[in-house]
Design a protein around this ligand. Sequence first.
Ligand SMILES: [Zn+2]
Ligand SMILES: [Zn+2]
Length: 178
Amino acid sequence: MQINISNIPEEGLSLRFSKSKEWSHQFLPTGDKSGFRVQNIEVSCFVEKVLKSVSIKGKIKAGIKLECCRCLEEFNFPAEIEFKYVLTPVDDLKKDDLELTYKDLEYNYYEGDVIDLGQIMVEQIVLQIPIKPLCSDSCKGLCPVCGVNLNIEKCDHKAQQIGSSFAALKNFKANKER
Ligand SMILES: [Zn+2]
Ligand SMILES: [Zn+2]
Protein backbone atom coordinates (compact mmCIF):
# COMPACT_ATOMS: atom_id res chain seq x y z
CA MET A 1 0.00 0.00 0.00
CA GLN A 2 2.04 2.88 -1.29
CA ILE A 3 1.25 6.51 -1.95
CA ASN A 4 3.11 8.44 -4.55
CA ILE A 5 3.59 11.92 -3.19
CA SER A 6 3.26 13.59 -6.59
CA ASN A 7 -0.26 12.13 -6.80
CA ILE A 8 -1.48 13.89 -3.67
CA PRO A 9 -3.66 16.81 -4.80
CA GLU A 10 -3.55 20.26 -3.21
CA GLU A 11 -6.77 19.64 -1.26
CA GLY A 12 -5.54 16.35 0.14
CA LEU A 13 -6.55 12.77 -0.44
CA SER A 14 -9.08 10.62 1.39
CA LEU A 15 -8.33 6.93 1.35
CA ARG A 16 -10.38 4.01 2.51
CA PHE A 17 -9.37 0.42 2.06
CA SER A 18 -9.33 -2.93 3.72
CA LYS A 19 -6.79 -5.70 3.79
CA SER A 20 -7.14 -9.40 4.23
CA LYS A 21 -5.28 -11.44 6.78
CA GLU A 22 -3.17 -12.87 3.97
CA TRP A 23 -1.92 -9.38 3.32
CA SER A 24 -1.09 -8.69 6.93
CA HIS A 25 0.78 -11.97 7.26
CA GLN A 26 3.43 -10.85 4.84
CA PHE A 27 4.21 -7.97 7.19
CA LEU A 28 3.51 -9.67 10.46
CA PRO A 29 5.17 -13.04 10.47
CA THR A 30 3.49 -15.42 12.87
CA GLY A 31 5.74 -16.24 15.74
CA ASP A 32 7.04 -12.69 15.86
CA LYS A 33 5.13 -12.32 19.08
CA SER A 34 3.72 -15.48 20.52
CA GLY A 35 0.20 -16.34 19.40
CA PHE A 36 -0.72 -13.15 17.64
CA ARG A 37 -2.59 -13.21 14.36
CA VAL A 38 -4.09 -10.29 12.52
CA GLN A 39 -7.39 -11.16 10.86
CA ASN A 40 -8.51 -8.19 8.82
CA ILE A 41 -7.64 -4.54 8.65
CA GLU A 42 -9.81 -1.57 7.71
CA VAL A 43 -8.20 1.77 7.19
CA SER A 44 -9.58 5.20 6.51
CA CYS A 45 -7.19 8.09 6.36
CA PHE A 46 -6.57 11.55 5.03
CA VAL A 47 -3.28 12.39 3.34
CA GLU A 48 -2.20 15.96 2.88
CA LYS A 49 0.89 17.84 1.81
CA VAL A 50 2.06 20.47 4.26
CA LEU A 51 4.95 22.34 2.69
CA LYS A 52 7.52 19.60 2.09
CA SER A 53 6.08 17.28 4.69
CA VAL A 54 3.22 14.86 4.33
CA SER A 55 0.61 14.55 7.04
CA ILE A 56 -1.38 11.33 7.38
CA LYS A 57 -4.12 10.92 9.91
CA GLY A 58 -6.80 8.33 10.21
CA LYS A 59 -8.19 5.28 11.82
CA ILE A 60 -7.32 1.61 11.67
CA LYS A 61 -9.72 -1.10 12.69
CA ALA A 62 -8.09 -4.44 13.09
CA GLY A 63 -9.33 -7.81 14.23
CA ILE A 64 -6.52 -9.47 16.11
CA LYS A 65 -6.40 -12.90 17.64
CA LEU A 66 -4.25 -13.22 20.71
CA GLU A 67 -3.26 -16.03 22.99
CA CYS A 68 -4.10 -15.46 26.65
CA CYS A 69 -0.91 -15.58 28.72
CA ARG A 70 -2.69 -17.36 31.60
CA CYS A 71 -4.96 -19.98 30.00
CA LEU A 72 -3.30 -20.09 26.54
CA GLU A 73 -6.71 -19.91 24.81
CA GLU A 74 -7.06 -17.78 21.72
CA PHE A 75 -9.38 -14.79 21.97
CA ASN A 76 -10.51 -11.89 19.80
CA PHE A 77 -8.91 -8.55 20.43
CA PRO A 78 -10.59 -5.84 18.38
CA ALA A 79 -8.33 -2.84 18.01
CA GLU A 80 -9.40 0.64 16.98
CA ILE A 81 -6.43 2.85 16.48
CA GLU A 82 -6.32 6.54 15.69
CA PHE A 83 -3.05 7.66 14.28
CA LYS A 84 -1.34 10.75 13.01
CA TYR A 85 1.96 10.96 11.23
CA VAL A 86 3.95 13.83 9.88
CA LEU A 87 6.52 12.57 7.44
CA THR A 88 9.45 14.74 6.49
CA PRO A 89 11.62 14.13 3.44
CA VAL A 90 14.81 12.43 4.53
CA ASP A 91 17.04 14.97 2.72
CA ASP A 92 15.86 17.71 5.05
CA LEU A 93 17.09 15.95 8.13
CA LYS A 94 20.59 15.95 9.41
CA LYS A 95 22.01 12.54 10.15
CA ASP A 96 22.02 13.19 13.89
CA ASP A 97 18.32 13.96 13.85
CA LEU A 98 17.51 10.76 12.04
CA GLU A 99 17.98 8.57 15.07
CA LEU A 100 15.76 10.81 17.14
CA THR A 101 12.92 10.66 14.66
CA TYR A 102 13.14 6.89 14.58
CA LYS A 103 12.22 6.82 18.23
CA ASP A 104 9.50 9.41 18.00
CA LEU A 105 6.57 7.50 16.59
CA GLU A 106 4.45 10.52 15.75
CA TYR A 107 7.17 11.88 13.57
CA ASN A 108 8.79 10.04 10.74
CA TYR A 109 10.45 10.54 7.42
CA TYR A 110 10.11 9.41 3.84
CA GLU A 111 12.61 8.76 1.15
CA GLY A 112 12.07 9.49 -2.52
CA ASP A 113 8.50 10.03 -3.75
CA VAL A 114 6.78 7.10 -2.15
CA ILE A 115 5.23 6.60 1.27
CA ASP A 116 4.55 3.09 2.43
CA LEU A 117 1.25 3.08 4.30
CA GLY A 118 1.61 -0.61 5.06
CA GLN A 119 4.63 0.08 7.22
CA ILE A 120 2.71 2.71 9.19
CA MET A 121 -0.23 0.37 9.78
CA VAL A 122 1.99 -2.47 10.88
CA GLU A 123 3.75 -0.20 13.36
CA GLN A 124 0.45 1.00 14.80
CA ILE A 125 -0.98 -2.49 15.11
CA VAL A 126 2.11 -3.93 16.79
CA LEU A 127 1.95 -1.11 19.33
CA GLN A 128 -1.54 -2.23 20.34
CA ILE A 129 -0.55 -5.75 21.25
CA PRO A 130 -0.42 -6.04 25.03
CA ILE A 131 2.76 -7.56 26.44
CA LYS A 132 0.69 -9.92 28.58
CA PRO A 133 -2.59 -10.52 26.77
CA LEU A 134 -5.48 -11.67 28.94
CA CYS A 135 -8.75 -13.15 27.64
CA SER A 136 -10.38 -11.52 30.66
CA ASP A 137 -9.12 -9.78 33.78
CA SER A 138 -10.58 -12.56 35.85
CA CYS A 139 -9.00 -15.39 33.86
CA LYS A 140 -8.13 -18.18 36.25
CA GLY A 141 -5.42 -19.64 34.04
CA LEU A 142 -4.17 -23.20 34.02
CA CYS A 143 -3.61 -25.39 37.04
CA PRO A 144 0.19 -25.57 37.47
CA VAL A 145 -0.13 -29.16 38.62
CA CYS A 146 -2.47 -30.90 36.17
CA GLY A 147 -2.77 -28.23 33.48
CA VAL A 148 -6.58 -28.05 33.24
CA ASN A 149 -8.08 -24.74 32.16
CA LEU A 150 -9.53 -23.48 35.44
CA ASN A 151 -12.04 -21.27 33.58
CA ILE A 152 -13.72 -24.42 32.29
CA GLU A 153 -12.84 -27.22 34.68
CA LYS A 154 -12.16 -27.59 38.35
CA CYS A 155 -9.51 -29.68 40.00
CA ASP A 156 -8.41 -30.38 43.58
CA HIS A 157 -4.97 -28.87 43.29
CA LYS A 158 -5.90 -25.33 44.19
CA ALA A 159 -6.61 -26.05 47.85
CA GLN A 160 -3.42 -28.06 48.20
CA GLN A 161 -1.40 -25.33 46.65
CA ILE A 162 -2.62 -22.66 49.00
CA GLY A 163 -1.94 -25.05 51.85
CA SER A 164 1.61 -25.68 50.75
CA SER A 165 2.43 -22.02 50.20
CA PHE A 166 1.18 -21.25 53.69
CA ALA A 167 3.38 -24.00 54.99
CA ALA A 168 6.33 -22.56 53.10
CA LEU A 169 5.66 -19.16 54.60
CA LYS A 170 5.51 -20.66 58.07
CA ASN A 171 8.85 -22.38 57.56
CA PHE A 172 10.33 -19.17 56.26
CA LYS A 173 9.20 -17.24 59.32
CA ALA A 174 10.39 -19.99 61.63
CA ASN A 175 13.83 -19.92 60.03
CA LYS A 176 14.00 -16.17 60.38
CA GLU A 177 13.14 -16.20 64.03
CA ARG A 178 15.86 -18.66 64.81
ZN1 LIG B 1 -7.29 -16.66 29.76
ZN1 LIG C 1 -5.04 -29.32 38.93
